[in-house]
Every structure is written in C-alpha cells, then in structure tokens.
Ligand binder design. Sequence first.
Ligand SMILES: *Cc1c(COP(=O)(O)O)cnc(C)c1O
Length: 793
Amino acid sequence: MFSEKNAFQESFKKRLEQSYSISFNDSTRAQQFVTLSQMVREHISKEWIETNERYRQGKKQTYYLSIEFLLGRLLGQNLINLGLYETLETWLRDIGIPLEELENVEPDAGLGNGGLGRLAACFLDSLASLGLPGHGFGIRYKHGLFEQKMVDGFQMELPENWLRYGYVWEVRKSDLAVEVPFWGSVDVVERKEGIKFRHVDAEYVKAVPYDIPVIGYGGETVNTLRLWTAETSSFTLNQDVLKYKKETEAISEFLYPDDSNDDGKILRLKQQYFLVSASIRSILRQHLNNGGKLQNLHERVAIHINDTHPVLAIPELMRVLLDDYQMSWEDAWHVTENTFAYTNHTTLSEALERWPIRIFRPLLPRIFMIVEEINERFCKSLWEQYPGEWERIEKMAIVAKDEVRMAHLAIAGSHSVNGVAWLHTEILKNREMNDFYQFSPQKFNNKTNGITHRRWLLKANPELTALLTDTIGDGFKKDASELSKLAPFAEDSAFLEKLWNVKLKRKEILAKRIFEQNGIKVDPTSIFDVQVKRLHAYKRQLLNVLHILSLYNKLKKEPSFHMPPRTFIFGAKASPGYFYAKRIIKLIHSVADLVNNDPDTKGIITVVFMENYRVSLAEDIIPAADISEQISTASKEASGTGNMKFMMNGAVTMGTLDGANVEILEQTGPDDIFIFGLKAEEVMAYERDGGYRSMDYYHHDSLIRRTLDQLVNGKLDDEGLFDVIYDSLLAENDQYFVLKDFEAYRIAQEEAGRIYEQDPERWRKMMVKNISGSGIFSSDRTIKEYANEIWNI
Ligand SMILES: *Cc1c(COP(=O)(O)O)cnc(C)c1O
C-alpha cells in the first residue's frame, strides 16, 4: 500500500472518492485524514494479527490497567514508528496535501488529566517498540478531559468531544463484550464442599471493548489498547428503562465526574469496578484460551495497576477464582498476589483514595466481603509480626474507620510496590508508607518515570532530530542512550551554532502560533521561559507569576535595573472544582494584561497563557523552550515527566530538588541546571516541627511586600479576586513555601538570564549537556526495568 508512489497516490484518491462519493479535488482535510489513517490501520492489520498469534503461544503477557490514557494524536506518531513519515509527506505534497494539516485535523485523545495518563501512553509506545507483550486496559470516555476556554482570564470548561466524527483508530469488538454486575446482594449457600457465595439480583452493565493498535517502532509489534464502553445489558430487566440507560451510559461518559456528592462518588466507584471487572474477564479468557491454567496465571500474566484507581482488580480476581472456579482462598491469594504489581504516584495524603463503606458495600456487595476477608487475614499477619501493637495495626488496616483504603489494599495484594523517582520512593519507604516498608521491604522498589523519545523528540522536534542524525547518526532513534554521543559536540562551535538555529526556528514557529491564538507579538530572540503542567498549588505557578510581577516592579521603580527580554509562557488546566487554582490562572492573566500593555516594560517582559494545554500543544511548546520551570515544593512532585521532555529538547531546567529533577541533576551535573530552594528534608522538617512564618518574609523583604500588596490594593483588579491568594500566603502561612523560596528563585533566575545574555556559548553548551544526558529518561529504559524486575517478561 505504501511501497510505491503512484500506486499509493492512486489508491489514496480512489478510496477517498469511494468512501465519501466526492471528487478528490473537492475533498476536505478531514476526509483526507480519515482516509490516510484507515490505510495505515489496514497496513498494520497483518502485524497486529501476527502479534496476537505470537502471544497465543503462551508467552507471558503484561496488562497495564489505568483509569487514564493521555494518547494525544496518533497519525504522525504511527507514521514515524512505521518509518513512513517522510515518504508520505513527500508523496502527499505531490498531490497538494500538506501532511501536517492532516495531522492537525486529528482530535487529541485526551483520556487523562496529566502526567499519570501520559505515562501510561508513553509506556504503551515503549512496550510495543521494545517488542514486549504489554497491553493497556482503560475506559473509552465519551468526553475526555474538558476543553479549556479562557474568557476574560477566567477558565471556562467545555465538554470535549473527540468521538464527534468517529475515531479512526479503534475497532469495536462486540463479540467480546462482558457483563459487569452492580448492586444486588450476596446469597450464601451451604454445600457439602463448604459455603458458596453468589452475587444475586444484580443490575448488569454491558462492557463493550474497542481495540486500538499500538504500533511499535519498526512496525513489527502491534500491541493492543483495549478501551471499554458501558452499554445497557439485556440481562437487566428494569422497571425504569430510561433511568437505567442513563445511569449505565454515564459510566463511560466522563473522565473524573464530579465526586463532591454521593451520586458522583458512586459513579466513580462504578467506573473503577467496570474497568477492572471487564479487564479481568478479558485477561482470563485469553489466558484460558491459550491453554493456561488458573493455578499458573501468575507465571503467564502480570497485571499492573497504575495508581489506586484499578485496585479493585485484586478482589475481583479473587472473586473469580473463588466463586467461579472454586479455588481455595490460599491458592487464590497466592496466584493473585504474584500476578499484581502497583505503582504509587503521589505522597499528597489528600490524593490517597478512600471509599466510605456506606457507598462501597451496597454497590459491590461480594467485592466488599472479599475485601473484608483480605483485611482480616492481613491484620492477622500483622498481629503475628507485631503482637499487641493495636495502633500500628489500625493504621495499616485496609478497612478501618468506615472506609476502604485503596492504597493499603494495593500494597497487601501486590508482590511489587514502586515509586516513580528515586526521591519519591525514598519518601514512600521512609515516611508515607514506612509501616508497610518495615513489614514487607522486599515489595518496595523504584522505577523512575520516562517519556517516549519517539513522540517527544522524533515527532515533536523534527528539526532537532535531523540535526542530531547528521551529527551522531540515527542510532538514537532506536536506542535513546545513544544521545550521549552528543556530549563531545559541546566543544564544537559549528554544531553549537546549528543547535542554536534549530532552537530559534522552533521559537519562531511557536511565536507564530502565539500570535494566531493570543494576538500577542513575542520576540523569538527573547528567553522563552516556560511552565506548562496541570495547575496545582504544589506545582507553584504562583511562585513564577509573583516573580514576574516583582520583575515588573523593579523595571518600573529602578531605572538602573536591567534584564534580558523574556517571554513567560504558561499552559495549565485547573480541575473544575479547584477554586484556588482557577484564581491563579486569573492572576496570570491579570499580570499579563498589566505587563504586556505597559510601554515601560513592553518588549522586556511578555506573559502568554496558551489555552487548552494538552499533548498536541505540548508538542508545539516544548521544543521552543529555553528554560523549563520545574519549581514544585520539594517532596511534593512524585517524578514529573514534563521536566524530561524539556531536557530532551535542549531546555535548561530551573528547578527544585524534587521528583526526577534530582536525577536530571545527576545527568547534567550542577553547572548545567539551575537548582534552588528548600530541599525535601527541610520541607518535611518544617511540616513536622513548624518554625516557618511566612509573615516574616513579608515584613523583611520589601520586594515581596510590594508585590504581595499588589494582589489586594486594586492594582490588578478592584474586586478582591486575589484576596484568597494573598490570604493563603500570609494568613494561612504559605503551605507550599512560596515566600520562603522566593529569594532563592529570584537569584537563580537572575543567574540564568545573565548566562543567556552574556555567555551565549556557555548556554549552548548547557543545551548540549541536557540533550546528551536525557537518554536515560526514555521510557524504554523505564519499561526495561519494569519488564526485568517486576513483570518478568
Ligand atoms: C507530560 C505532560 C504532563 C505532565 O507534566 P508535568 O510537568 O510532569 O506535570 C501533563 N500534561 C500533558 C499534556 C503532558 O504532555
């Protein structure tokens, strides 16, 4: 199909005309996009079938369960992985079609919030590219993460609609649908062989799978991402059909429905059980079809739980083994514990999932019984280890205080528990999960996150990819560790010049986009200082924006103050119910209005907020960045992966010693990164012992004082919009240490500006050092570690 130019062009046109009954010349980009994508899908169907055949021979499989998959667009990535991108770009250009425009027609599959969902997507790419048998299971939300629209600096949320025109990459597998039971009760029957449990009077929901091919680099392995849709089941005869239909379809309607009330909580728990029940059924069916036995499930199947959302897979597998296959508890537990592995993604205690029993038990009566039994046996084993230590046991229990603690269930039911960066894992072991670490140290391990360099370098930055290929050959495309070959070129001034021009080119492209979207003219030769990520207090966009405001103040007040021109670029969605985060977005806009329109600072500071941050926008922004803002309060960011994407594209990190920044520092060395601020132990010591008073920093630092006063004195708005931010910093003692780190941040930023302006050669060497040290952050490295050390595939 793609082997010969004329044949390709002919068949492309013919298909287009046949599918749409339209002449080629009248066809739209959208129609051309669909046609090309369908051709790609057919092209890989043979490899997809063959991959499945190979797996049927009993090789151990890994299944990655995740409530989020932040895939972004697939066409361009698939063409790159198939080695067809450049060829098709030329062949299409010949017939008047810019491939890039077709790519831009594709909606982002935004079935996730941020890092956690993007990690799952990067992992799928690496699994397939390494030829490993690893598949994803998720939910096919009708609406992914909301679309952000800015109105007067306020975030508005519109329902996202990626399925509006159908989704070309998926295949519906109606024949593989399964039934998922909710509500009802448990029937206890005494038999000769013992007591049997049956879930009766349940309301059923049909889970229908849609499969998306995951095409590995080189095109030999095509794994599967299976997403489930909830549909009404003919098993359920319901009085109120419309209500049943509505409640059923709601399960796969929205990613993270509002759970501030009980109905919302029930819906989320339904989503979780829906995902795992359907997935476990599907996994077991394949295992048994391939000749596997239930007793050896763990030898042929590894199931990974991405954060706690899919943790009910543990009691669900127990339920199937016990109730459907009459296995003994001990045997079932042995199989289950050795099948599951769990990744923790956060140490923020408010983010640790807990379900009230009053919601859990009625919705999932049999699962609740099993969770109770797991809890009882777990507590008994704790008692044997720690006789008499009631307090410790109560703290570690899975069910306690009228709640089910999902993280505890995950740890108890898995043979491996991992954090996502060295520091994060240390904090888990020594603090957050210390009790569990003491009890079963062998379970705990670290797997530092990664990103697929095929999307974040080859796809996102073809200009840099071409330069790297000219310089060190194309081995890095397959094996990102070969990026280290670039290190000696830090001394090659001709190379530095070319690298600089690539960066400038990318900045020009972004500047054009900014002008189109925001109507703001930015200077591509200014420093592009970028913070793009979810909006959260711990990520401290506030520190960044207050620093900008303070620079503005200095420019206005001190005629001798000089700084090199900077363009500050933000992108961030705030979770719809997160009022404080939304106010920070508004603040960024208000500061932008102030500084962008003041003739005294025009051209020196420019602030840009790009709306609707998502994967495809990230791919445009990151290659253009000079400075990568990774300034979370130390100990709060588990890993970060944005930091890795920036590094790989030659941006220099401005960061705290948090998450994977610690490991980025190991790669660059201290001279090629800007590290500032409190360390994790210091933050944790203040949190434990007190001793920080933000008010002191207000009183003793006039720059801070002047800047904070502007939040409330009518300079930025006259409606008290920012009182809540001002209060969080002063009245509430600045939980995230923004003021404490302010001066250190200011100095680090000044240093960055000075080097950029006065020692451009030094800056360019820093860029090289970052790119050449970034290979270790390819998710191929991460996945190899999971495969060898956890999954045994
Ligand atoms: C990588 C990525 C993230 C994660 O960014 P962090 O800086 O690690 O929080 C979030 N959203 C999108 C769209 C991404 O591509």
